[in-house]
Design a protein around this ligand. Structure first.
Ligand code: G
Ligand code: G
Ligand code: MN
Ligand code: NA
Length: 254
């Protein structure tokens, strides 16, 4: 409860920030966007990891105002990138399943895109399989509405959920983010390699894009390129960084 009350005040007290992790296209060989990741620095508790406070925020409902803050902040930052490059960078935002079920989500997104004069394609929404399994009919209609707007949808942590693969066919999705647990031992583990290969091949057939997460070495990157993976994200290309560092990277790379 102590932590919950602290989190409740975090937005007003300016304790939240976003860091941005770059994403690299293996085919175009260039920077294509950043994933926005939430950070909370409490004056006494210090750094609290999202792995700790996101579940708490989901249980308490705080994830709704928190998620709204994330969306607004990430889109304001994306608008600033517009001044740095003509490249069509995407900003990827993680959506909690709780936000995904919130009725006002689409209205909020529309309003924020308009406020920053951004096209919908500038925003990628990362959802997990768990967001789709609870109420598949509702999920399908919301995803259709997203697609109709031109928003991009990525499935986060792909391969770790409990959902059926049939949702890949039924739902309007753009991209699979191959979970980092399959990438970690990619070079040494034949099973991981087989799984990654199968995901990429299935994604290609279904006309879904692929991005590998947690890519930490040049060897992993080279193998992923060979396997036909389209993009990578991970410490090898870039760690999550402050907004100013991300802007510098855009100016340098593009
Ligand atoms: O960046 P890090 O590895 O600490 O992130 C840990 C987890 O927190 C990841 O699963 C990530 O998806 C999640 N996360 C990070 N930022 C956000 C956010 O803004 N909203 C939600 N819902 N989850 C986030
Ligand atoms: O669940 P999601 O994919 O949103 O979470 C991304 C998490 O993975 C973030 O917490 C981020 O800090 C972390 N991360 C990003 N790149 C790497 C990496 O190369 N190695 C490891 N171990 N973690 C990473
Ligand atoms: Mn993510
Ligand atoms: Na992930």
């Amino acid at each position: 409860l102590l932590l919950e009350n602290a989190l409740r005040r975090a937005i007003d007290n300016n304790e939240l920030s976003l860091v941005y992790q770059p994403q690299y296209s293996l085919q175009q060989q260039k920077l294509i966007g950043f994933e926005a990741l939430l950070r909370w620095q409490h004056p006494e508790l210090g750094f609290v990891s999202p792995g700790e406070f996101i579940p708490l925020a989901e249980r308490s409902g705080l994830v709704i105002p928190l998620g709204e803050w994330v969306l607004k902040t990430a889109l304001a930052e994306r608008a600033a990138w517009q001044q740095l490059t003509s490249s069509e960078l995407t900003v990827a935002v993680n959506l909690s399943p709780v936000q995904f079920r919130q009725p006002g989500l689409l209205t909020l997104i529309d309003a924020q895109l308009q406020a920053h004069q951004l096209s919908a394609a500038a925003l990628e929404l990362e959802i997990t399989e768990s967001a789709m399994v609870e109420d598949p009919a509702q999920a399908a209609s919301l995803l259709d509405a997203f697609r109709h707007r031109g928003l991009r949808i990525a499935v986060d942590d792909f391969g770790t959920g409990y959902s059926s693969l049939s949702y890949l066919k039924r739902f309007a999705l753009n991209k699979l983010k191959i979970d980092q647990s399959f990438i970690r031992d990619l070079l040494a583990d034949a099973d991981d390699r087989a799984i990654v290969q199968a995901i990429i091949s299935m994604a290609n057939s279904l006309e879904l894009e692929t991005i590998a997460e947690g890519v930490e070495t040049a060897e992993q990157q080279a193998l992923l390129k060979q396997l036909g993976c389209q993009a990578i994200q991970g410490y090898h290309y870039g760690k999550p960084m402050q907004a100013t560092a991300a802007r510098e990277m855009i100016s340098r790379e593009l």
